[in-house]
Structures are given as C-alpha cells and as structure tokens.
Design a protein around this ligand. Sequence first.
Ligand code: DC
Length: 233
Amino acid sequence: MMMNDHSSDEQPSRKLIIAVDGPAGAGKSTIASRLARKLGYVNLESGAMYRALALKAIERDASFDDEAALVELAQNLHIQLEPTIGGNRTLLDGRDVSARIRERDVSEAASRVSVHPKVREWMVARQREMGAGGGVVMEGRDIGTQVFPNADLKIFLDADPVVREQRRMAQQKIKGDVAASVAAELRERDRRDRTRAASPLVAAADAVVINSSLLSEDEVLERVEELVGQKQK
Ligand code: DC
C-alpha cells in the first residue's frame, strides 16, 4: 500500500488564487507575471479580455455605449489568454492581437466598454471559470472585490499618479508632445475606472495595499512573495 503521510512538509503547496488589483501603471502586470513564473502559476490578465472586446467593437463599428450590442459581441467572441515565458499572448477568434490591444484607441475603448454591468457579468463569469482551479495570479480592477472575493491573497498595488504616468511613458517609449496627451488619457481612464457605478476600482477590505511609488520592482516582488509564503504555511 502507498504511504499516506500527512506530515506538512510532504504536502505539495496548496494552489492559491492570488488577486492583484490596482490602477494602470502601478506595476501590476510586471509583478503578476514575475510572481506567477516564480510560483509556477498561470498569470491571467483580465484587462486583456476587456481590451479584446473593445477591439472587436472598434472593428465592428459598435458603439461603446450600447450595452446590449457589446454583450452580444462578447457572447460571440473567442478570447484566449495564453501565458508564455516572454509575456502573455491574447488571441481573439484565433488571431494574435497582443500588440494591437495595447494601442491607445483600444485602451480608451476598453475603459469605456467595461463600465457596463452586463458586459462585466459576462467577463466575471469567464474569469471565474479560468481561475477556479487555483494556481493562478489574476490581475485587474475587481478581482479581489468581485471575481474572487474569497481569493487566498489580495494585493492592491498602487502608486502616485505622476509616478504611474512616468512609468507608462518609459514602458511605451513615449516622449515629447505625445506624452502630455497620453498622460491625460491615462488620468481620464483612471477617473472612469474609479468612479463607474459597476464594480469601480477599489481595494477590497481585506486586500494588502502596497504603494510602489518608492519601491523597486524587486522590492515589491519580495514583499508579495513574503505574503504568499505566509498563506502557504
Ligand atoms: O489592466 P488594463 O489596463 O489592461 O485594463 C484595461 C481596461 O479594462 C481598464 O481601463 C478597465 C478595464 N478593466 C476592468 O474594468 N476590470 C478588470 N478586471 C480589468 C480591466
């Protein structure tokens, strides 16, 4: 008969659900993907799903204000999030849209299509299916509050607005005249994400808030790993 040893150091670590929420430019994607890689978990970017729907709406010339039309588009979409070593790939109806969905028009549209409660309902249901098995670091705006209110660990990663804008500019190599308008767009998306009626961006009551303004990526990751370690005990 196989040994059935219940001593704690023989047990494989439990596969956690880790939620990473916060505004754009706070460092969520970097931290979530590095953490997932270290833990051997899957990193799921929920924002990519809203972005994929937004791209479809742009291509179909659908209004970002037409909730019913957007839900119908969503129901007929095939969105695949494929975590790879070099970053996450997003496939929309089998087409690789990973780069396209990061462009400015899609960023703006994603923030607009995501205000609709029925669009969110559809997204949240898909995200729950994807993360239900655990072993997942899911990032977004409402993961700790709506998608997985019982997540094992909730991180709310924040940073001062000016720092977030500067990071975004550096990340996308934006300089000169364009920088001011990109910063203004980021601020507007932020305002919309935080003030919308349905699932606004807010830290869950039981989230650990980390302000990354004065921390390096490594320092944030270290802090998060410490928290994961405590949950795995
Ligand atoms: O994380 P991101 O910048 O890729 O997200 C794009 C937009 O999608 C963001 O402006 C708001 C929306 N979003 C959301 O409402 N809920 C999520 N869980 C993730 C993103």
